[in-house]
Design a protein around this ligand. Structure first.
Ligand code: GLN
Length: 475
């Protein structure tokens, strides 16, 4: 049982003086200590978090505290926080201290959130099981022989095991939603361009977005309204005004919803997930929403297009790790070329190297048109198809994952099996639309199950409101 599942509960106790922030923080420190074996944290920021707790408690006493006062939050270890280490769970960046804070961190601190530490993830956010981390895999608290999901596996387990109230992750092709689904949390990925990427260690820049992992929709909404919005440091962020999402979550209304037929009828889908999603669809109907089944015939193209484009972008983004500017540097290199070669081959893990090779290949002369350009065209098709559907429907439904959390070691030897498991999450990433993974209880052996809702670009408000009413959070 989690002690608290929403900031509203915590703030209630804080204002009535039934709880002190330092005690809340100590509770989470104890939880982290008790659950060390899960390997969710790469580092706990004991000192800075304690100082923050003292400062924010003072503000609470004086009635000047920000919106997130009382929120103890963890950061995926690819989000920069000034004067703190950030490693992307890679040997390449082991020991690297960030000289500046990301925009998301600045906004969290401005609203008085307490940052408790940095959370394990797949190396450079490349993976779907948290097994590619240089610091070892994260264990799923529902079954420790199973993966947490990835790449934001530490973020999901930290929320699942009550090691902090909420966590930030990043979602390039499902890295917030898939681990949330495996761990029974709410994983929210906004529209591409809703939240600044300034100070986020880049994987694939036309896909990367910050997302939230929480136990309540109200916390996701509150975080979204703090984090979203224009930023001078990132020109891809939209300047559209940011609604006060948390004020609107109760104003849902009846929606027209399309279920993507092929995603449910797909034979690879675990039968318990199918059954549970069908039951969820009945619940939505009984809540007064209209549901249609529509065909989405581009399913086979999603994973190939995603992996061609993201590896291409990764090969370019990761070229900065050259052993010279920063990061791991081989000490014995005799000349510049061998310095590059040795530092990069020793600093990066297997999966990252595979993707750099693949990405360099699809961008090379003679293959660019056949792979990279074609994948760009396929992305356009997918986006147009999704936009056409969303002209007629408010929301789309699909599973988040084909199976519940799999066993450690089960898929890691076969990259294709691992990549195919991303089939349902990469759709929203290719189209750039917002999407959420919502928990649907557990299967017969206690593993969390989940459903995915997606909506139009910048329609976060309705997505959060539907999620809230679907989960009956008000009761
Ligand atoms: N599993 C996907 C991948 O490996 C998604 C990763 C992510 O969203 N960062 O690319």
């Amino acid at each position: 049982m989690k002690k608290y599942t929403s900031l509203t509960e915590i703030q209630g106790k804080l204002t009535q003086k039934q709880l002190k922030l330092q005690d809340l923080l100590s509770y989470y420190f104890e939880q982290i200590e008790k659950n060390k074996h899960l390997n969710a944290f790469n580092e706990v920021f004991f000192d800075s978090a304690k100082l923050q707790a003292i400062a924010v408690q003072e503000k609470i006493n004086q009635g000047t505290a920000g919106k997130l006062a009382g929120m103890v939050i963890g950061l995926k270890d690819n989000i920069c926080y000034q004067d703190h280490q950030v490693s992307a769970s890679s040997k390449m960046l082991e020991g690297f201290v960030s000289p500046y804070s990301s925009t998301v961190v600045k906004r969290l601190i401005q609203e008085d959130a307490i940052i408790i530490g940095r959370l394990n993830c797949d190396e450079f956010a490349m993976g779907g099981s948290n097994e590619t981390s240089y610091f070892g895999p994260v264990k799923n608290a529902a079954d420790e022989e199973r993966v947490a999901g990835g790449s934001s596996g530490g973020s999901a387990v930290a929320v699942q095991a009550d090691l902090c109230l909420a966590a930030l992750g990043t979602d390039t092709g499902g890295s917030v939603r898939q681990p949330a689904a495996f761990c029974g949390c709410i994983g929210f990925k906004p529209t591409y361009g809703r939240i600044s990427r300034y100070g986020i260690i880049a994987y694939a820049s036309s896909f990367d977005q910050v997302g939230t992992l929480t136990s309540s929709v109200s916390d996701a909404a509150l975080l979204m309204e703090v984090l979203a919005g224009a930023d001078e440091q990132d020109s891809t962020v939209s300047s559209l005004p940011v609604p006060e999402y948390s004020k609107f979550i109760t104003q849902g209304g009846k929606k027209k919803i399309a279920v993507l037929e092929e995603t449910i009828s797909n034979e690879a889908l675990d039968p318990e997930i199918r059954q549970t999603i069908l039951a969820a669809i009945e619940k939505l109907k009984s809540q007064g929403h209209t549901i249609d089944y529509v065909s989405f015939d581009l399913l086979d193209y999603l994973v190939p297009a995603y992996y061609v484009l993201t590896t291409a972008e990764a090969s370019s983004n990761l070229s900065r790790y050259d052993g010279v500017h920063y990061g791991y540097r081989n000490k014995d290199a005799k000349n510049l070329t061998s310095l590059y070669k040795l530092s990069r081959s020793e600093g990066f893990g297997e999966e990252v190297k595979r993707r750099i090779l693949l990405g360099t290949f699809v961008l090379s002369t003679g293959y660019y048109d056949a792979y990279y350009q074609k994948a760009q065209q396929v992305r356009r098709l997918i986006r147009e198809k999704v936009e056409a559907l969303l002209q007629n429907y408010d929301m789309l439904i699909s599973p988040v994952t084909p199976t519940p959390a799999f066993k450690m070691g089960e898929n890691i030897q076969d990259p294709l099996v691992m990549y195919m498991a991303d089939i349902y999450t990469v759709l929203a990433s290719l189209a750039g639309i917002p999407a959420v993974a919502l928990p649907l209880g557990n299967n017969a052996v206690g593993l969390p199950l989940s459903i995915q809702l997606m909506t139009k670009h910048f329609n976060e408000q309705e997505l959060l409101a539907l999620s809230y009413s679907f989960l009956n959070e008000a009761q």
